[in-house]
Write a protein that binds this ligand. Structure first.
Ligand code: DGY
Length: 317
């Protein structure tokens, strides 16, 4: 039996399945391991089933036991793993696309709505009983009939577009390349971020974290926006320059910002915690039982395929 080091505690059913197939080392206390603990703990194992919280950068990879042949990341994003360093060391990396598309797109809509309709302030007012209905109480911005810009029109971006259409939104997008008209499904392509940002009244950040997208939302790109834009980020904290975002919120370029992901999670930029027009969630994009089960199942399937000599369907390097 192949030996698999599982970095985080999974749902019980997923752990049972893994135990049937592999000799597994589980993490019943769900401790978040440091790089050193991953290196030490996975010595002489054949594979790792990792999670978004694991820092598997090039230095970690260089120190991993040479017995490790695959890292099956239980997430669609794999910015936590240096896939180039892994490839150079002969380690296959896989992710779990598709299965979390709907759950994450749902959260993105929640972020846009929560931010634009002042859900955070509303909750505080309700909780502290410090409110009364009045004509101008906590007036937000309506999503209906607005232009939604989507940065990153992959699976999740397209699922957000589908939902946003039900709100009567007009969909605009920027992507590395224009999609086929089938996939575009009526969305309007912008060749540059500048064009997209200039058009957007709401903005949905959906691009993966890569060296190219790090801080792609920054002082310059934020300056392309109109006043009072609403932004939602269910992708990754790394794609936003937080200081520039705080400034854009304070100067009124951004009406409200909803976010589920952070630079250096679980830390949160202290200014975000002070601003009222911020709607925060603690990385819940894929947090439904069905989706988490599917993600771990898909990572398990990738391990199974790999060790039976097949190319795993979700290999990313
Ligand atoms: C992913 O799969 O990348 C999600 O962020 C995990 O919740």
């Amino acid at each position: 039996m192949k030996k698999i080091f599982v970095t985080r505690k999974l749902l019980k059913e997923n752990e049972e399945k893994l135990k049937e197939l592999f000799d597994v080392k589980l993490n019943p206390d769900d401790k978040i391991y440091s790089a050193a603990e991953i290196i030490e703990g996975s010595k002489n194992f054949d594979g790792i089933l990792s999670s978004v919280t694991d820092p598997i950068n090039s230095e970690t990879i260089s120190k991993l036991s040479s017995s490790i042949k695959i890292i099956a990341n239980g997430a669609v994003g794999f910015g936590n793993i240096n896939i180039k360093a892994a490839r150079e060391k002969g380690i296959t990396v896989t992710n779990t696309p598709d299965v979390l598309t709907d759950a994450t797109a749902d959260i993105q809509i929640l972020l846009l709505l929560g931010a634009s309709r002042k859900a955070y302030e509303g909750r505080i007012a309700a909780e502290t009983q410090s409110w009364k209905w009045s004509w101008d109480f906590l007036l937000g911005k309506q999503m209906s009939n607005k232009r939604l810009g989507i940065l990153g029109m992959g699976r999740i971006g397209r699922a957000v577009a589908k939902r946003a259409k039900a709100f009567g939104m007009e969909i605009h997008y920027h992507n590395r390349s224009k999609l086929s008209s089938d996939l575009e499904d009526g969305a309007i392509y912008h060749k540059t971020i500048k064009d997209l940002f200039e058009q957007s009244e709401f903005l949905s950040l959906n691009c993966p974290a890569t060296p190219e997208t790090t801080k792609i939302v920054n002082k310059e790109t934020l300056s392309y926006l109109k006043k009072n834009t609403v932004i939602g980020n269910a992708a990754r904290g790394d794609i936003v320059d937080d200081d520039a975002m705080v400034e854009a919120i304070k100067n009124g370029t951004v009406f409200a910002y909803g976010l589920d992901v952070y630079n250096g999670e679980p830390k949160i930029h202290p200014e975000y915690l002070k601003l009222k027009n911020i709607f925060l969630l603690p990385h819940l994009g894929s947090a439904t039982k069905r989706t988490r089960w599917d993600m771990a199942y898909r990572a398990t399937k990738n391990l199974q395929d790999f060790f039976s000599g097949k190319k795993p369907q979700d290999q990313v390097n």
